[in-house]
Ligand binder design. Structure first.
Ligand code: SF4
Ligand code: SF4
Length: 737
């Protein structure tokens, strides 16, 4: 027969290609062609009794799970009511995006974020795989005759699930490495508010729970692979199993290993049978235990993210007029959302690590506050009947209770809330408990006196109201009184900038800058009262309401376009909390206003400073209101070389003055947060100026500079002082040089 060369391409191809094409064709046919026989081996070789038993166990596990969910929901419902906003879809979108991206876990700990991603996606894929098998086997096929777990779908899914198992195990191994070998301090459960010997000191039950959780998942994942391998060896004679083994790559590798070790088909069958039960029972036990163990964070963390308040620390909630009690005395005084918050904590220790109070040895760890309250809630609210109110008191030194010293150690700096990956809101919880202490007078005598002083004089210095604007008297040009004439910009000065002699000098410089830039501004003089930010965070809600109402009234009576303040504490409360008292203002911190004045050419740098500086982000400007860039832009404009400290921007370290702590003496001999911070700054080579942009920071850090022995090495300055220095005409000797 004569071949038509056009159709006989085989003759012209190299044998390598023909062989390869044949092989590829075989492989392709196995991929593309529907292979009906290839499917998931489920209950093969099991007696009907065994299958029934497995289903009974499955239903029991689901029953226990549902009961656990009921107990948890009942617990949350025992908390105080809280109305959520109407932005549900927006919340759901944000929560899903956060969970899927893992952005909150990966922040400042990329390795932990990566490992958790592997665990999360591995677990989710394996769960989806198991769920779809159940869906087909128990619902779709018996009821509608629909099957999809066979052929190509099955093979591809097998491969995906095999890889998901690898991801899960890799993530778990890394988490074990972190806990077991890296021994990160934040994962150490020793409590700063308890001493060794106290039964509640380092809570070994937490370590056991963590390890049990990791090991259970490793066991489920590991036995899954051995089970797969045993199945392959058991059914090695069947082409629909063995020929497709590499679609379960890890199992296939193990199967080859087991065969080489001498495992025969019959023994593999027995192994598979026993292991199947072990694997299944452990997995069902895990499902049943979810609501009662750390595993529940799968749901509670997502729930906590869903109900997160993005302004939880910046804007404390007002107390409704109808509410009898202002603070939290019992565990049921917390809202259902706060009780959910407690359950969301994964004990990751990030807040513990970030807390400035904990860092200087104060008896406070935000993590432990949350965990103690969680234990307290579980012990009191999970039982059928609600115990008597007396046993629900969360204040004290008993198990799960929070001591007064712990609550007063907080600086309300927001470092804990900012870093928590699951949106636990520590500050409102702590402030609510402080409100109760304030109500009972359980506070430091100096704090009591300061609050009385503020109540009497409207300022924390106990000065006459009439002296509030006295610092402006020595200026060459008078500062307008906004109560008498309209202005463009109302400057809310704040207590420290008005009365503290060191800060008064800064206020005079700022006024001069505004005058030179031609800004039409004025102040409220004695119409201004303490803004109340710290009074509120101390827990003196009644006094805060008085102050906020008085300031809103004074501001409302004045005529201005916008508000500026040099005090980040005042900035925060006027911006975020005064709207609840009817005060809606366009307000900014001075750094953004001055930056605009430079941009518009109304201020000019006359000589560059060339200082090597570092910048301290004030909590209420940075973390609270994201004012990170303007101060840095200004430093660049002034010609300063900025060297960042390790803890900067969102991770900045508190000066220790916030939350009313400036009015509470630190224990004698203990390190202060400002001193801790000074040591960090002192480690910067050739540092000349430690720059702040908050009156309280100036006071705290100038003091810490002396007490840490760094005086003479570098200086602490308000950014305003540097700006003034750079825009003022050079001194004579500099000009002639
Ligand atoms: S607000 Fe600051 S001081 Fe208070 S617990 Fe949180 S991190 Fe610690
Ligand atoms: S409260 Fe948040 S940051 Fe603190 S340990 Fe718990 S999960 Fe971690």
């Amino acid at each position: 027969m004569v071949r038509n060369p056009r159709y006989d391409r085989r003759q012209t191809l190299h044998p390598f290609f023909t062989t390869s094409a044949r092989t590829a064709g075989v492989i392709l046919s196995k991929i593309v062609i529907r292979i009906d026989a290839v499917t998931r081996i489920l209950f093969e070789d099991y007696s009907a009794t065994e299958v029934r038993l497995f289903y009974a166990l499955g239903y029991a596990a689901i029953g226990v799970f549902c009961y656990g969910v009921y107990v948890q929901i009942r617990k949350y419902r025992r908390g105080a009511a809280l109305q959520m906003g109407s932005d549900l879809w927006q919340r759901i979108r944000w929560m899903i995006a956060t969970v899927l991206s893992h952005r909150s876990i990966a922040r400042r700990d990329a390795a932990a974020g990566g490992a958790h991603r592997l665990i999360f996606y591995g677990f989710v894929l394996l769960f989806i795989g198991t769920a779809t098998i159940t869906l087909e086997y128990d619902i779709l096929e018996p009821l509608f005759g629909v099957r999809f777990w066979y052929g190509n779908f099955y093979l591809v899914f097998s491969l995906v699930l095999d890889m998901a198992g690898v991801a899960l195990l890799a993530g778990l191994v890394y988490m074990m490495y972190r806990r077991g070998w890296m021994r990160l301090p934040k994962l150490d459960y020793a409590r700063p508010d308890r001493t060794p010997g106290d039964p509640d000191f380092d809570r070994p039950q937490y370590r056991r729970e963590d390890w049990a959780f990791l090991w259970i998942l490793v066991i489920i994942g590991g036995t899954g692979y051995v089970l797969e391998a045993a199945r392959l060896v058991w059914l090695q004679a069947r082409a629909d199993v063995w020929d497709y083994r590499w679609w379960s790559a890890v199992g296939a590798l193990l199967a080859h290993g087991l065969r080489s070790a001498g495992l025969d088909a019959s023994t593999a069958g027995s192994l598979r049978h026993g292991l199947w039960w072990f694997h299944g029972v452990v997995a069902l036990a895990l499902i049943a235990l979810i609501p009662f163990t750390k595993v529940k964070h799968i749901f509670t963390a997502a729930g906590s993210l869903l109900v997160r308040d993005p302004l939880a620390s910046q804007r404390l909630r007002t107390v409704p007029q109808t509410q009898q009690q202002v603070g939290a005395k019992t565990i049921t005084d917390f809202t259902w959302k706060q009780l959910l918050n407690l359950d969301a904590c994964t004990k990751c220790g990030r807040c513990h690590e970030a807390c400035p109070a904990r860092a200087v040895g104060a008896p406070l760890s935000p993590r432990d506050v949350i965990l103690s309250l969680r234990e307290f809630a579980n012990a009191t609210l999970e039982s059928g009947a609600l115990p008597a109110a007396a046993t629900l008191d969360v204040h004290g030194k008993g198990p799960g209770q929070i001591a007064m010293e712990t609550l007063w150690s907080c600086r309300t700096c927001m470092a804990c809330v900012e870093i928590c990956p699951v949106a636990v809101e520590h500050i409102p919880i702590i402030v609510q408990m402080r409100r109760k202490l304030v109500e009972e007078g359980a506070m430091d005598p100096l704090l009591t006196k300061t609050l009385q002083t503020i109540h009497k004089t409207g300022n924390s210095f106990g000065e006459s109201k009439r002296k509030r604007g006295a610092w402006s008297k020595s200026l060459p040009h008078p500062v307008k009184d906004v109560r008498k004439e309209p202005v463009d910009v109302l400057w809310f000065v704040g207590d420290y900038a008005s009365f503290d002699p060191r800060n008064q000098k800064v206020s005079q410089l700022f006024a001069t800058l505004l005058q030179e830039a031609g800004v039409d501004f004025g102040i409220l003089y004695d119409g201004e009262s303490n803004a109340g930010n710290d009074v509120r965070r101390v827990g003196e809600e009644g006094l805060y309401e008085v102050l906020a109402t008085a300031n809103v009234a004074a501001l409302s009576a004045a005529s201005f376009k916008s508000v500026v303040t040099t005090d980040p504490h005042s900035y925060n409360t006027i911006r975020n909390e005064y709207p609840d008292f009817g005060g809606h203002y366009e307000i900014e911190h001075y750094t953004t206003l001055v930056k605009r004045l430079f941009d518009a050419g109304r201020l000019k740098v006359t000589h560059r400073l060339n200082y090597r500086v570092t910048f301290h982000d004030p909590c209420h400007l940075g973390r609270f209101n994201k004012g990170y860039d303007a101060p840095r832009d200004l430093l660049a404009l002034l010609g300063c070389e900025l060297v960042e400290m390790g803890r900067c921007r969102a991770n900045s370290f508190c000066c220790g003055a916030g939350g009313g702590r400036i009015w509470i003496p630190d224990p004698v001999g203990s390190e202060k947060p400002a001193q801790n911070r000074m040591k960090e700054a002192a480690a910067i080579d050739g540092l000349q100026v430690y720059v702040v942009s908050c009156p309280k920071d100036l006071t705290m850090f100038e003091d810490a500079l002396k007490t840490t022995g760094n005086e003479g090495k570098f200086v602490v300055k308000e950014l305003i002082e540097l700006i003034r220095e750079a825009v003022a005409p050079p001194r004579d000797e500099e000009a002639s040089a």
